[in-house]
Design a protein around this ligand. Sequence first.
Ligand code: PBG
Length: 351
Amino acid sequence: MTAADATPSSPAGASPAAAAGAVNGSVTGPVVRPRRLRTTPALRRMVAETSLEARQLVLPVFVREGATEPVPISSMPGVVQHSRDSLRKAVAEAADLGLGGVMLFGIPERKDPTGSGALDPNGVLNLAITDVVAEVGDALTVMSDLCLDEFTDHGHCGLLTPDGRVDNDRTLEAYAGMALAHADAGVDMVAPSGMMDGQVAVIREALDAAAHTDVSILAYSAKYASAFYGPFREAVDSSLQGDRRTYQQDPANAREGVREALLDLEQGADLVMVKPALAYLDVLRAVREAVDVPVAAYNISGEYAMLEAAAAQGWIDREPAILETLLSIRRAGADIVLTYWASEAARLLAR
Ligand code: PBG
């Protein structure tokens, strides 16, 4: 091996011999040594380009109508469908840990074609919002998933036409009503996730007309029709047959993800999201570079389940793998990461 081979990081223009630190013709090794900055934990910490902090994490939580105790979700070990009581405990803990927020999902006892439980002020999600706000006050940002799929008996994110297609514009009316119900219940931020065209504008208009001008909108802007949502379907007892490919994005399209984010900003979104996270880190980076608002990424159920399954087999070292996963999403450009590990990760980061 020549000296040049041994020093791929030779400064441009420097002679291989100089870069290799040749003294009196004997090779003593490279002058440029990136390893120097990796010598001690303190030095590594000082030069770290990306941070992972509790305040950047949002915990998604499920609350199940009628549940008297938490119900485990088998495909998401460690995640449960909460009762109203256990939900209060989980969010109080999230606040104590200094998380950025919680994202609430409701699972109604009865589903129907129009998802009427979503608009009912006594519906599970609306009651949960009030409970959570009463529990944590301003200590956490309380966010709600604004979508019909948990509430419809067909499992789609919108209302259906007589021939079974998802009706964009009628669905928008339902979303406006849902936004008002969430705002009346006290939510800080609504998160429309149904991928209907024009949803952000309709929601902003409805909120403003009802003087809820301070309720912000986190738009699930670039949301892909992903196989990795599988465990979530169990989490919300979804009755979906088929797929969501007429409204969620084609995994082949990255530019289109940026376009969706820009459209949502034009319509008044305060923050935008890319979802899923891991298989879409390129989209996340592209969106981060295209917008000047905070960008969130959702580390979704299937991503959680894969790592948990490998760890349960003893095939992967669970805790470092969790932190590396979340850090990779931050590094790709997410300001905010939604993750089922949020509380645990906050504990790991504190020790
Ligand atoms: C729609 C919604 C979904 C998720 C969050 N909001 C499911 C879907 O679009 O099919 C998925 C979250 C996850 O998989 O962790 N209400």
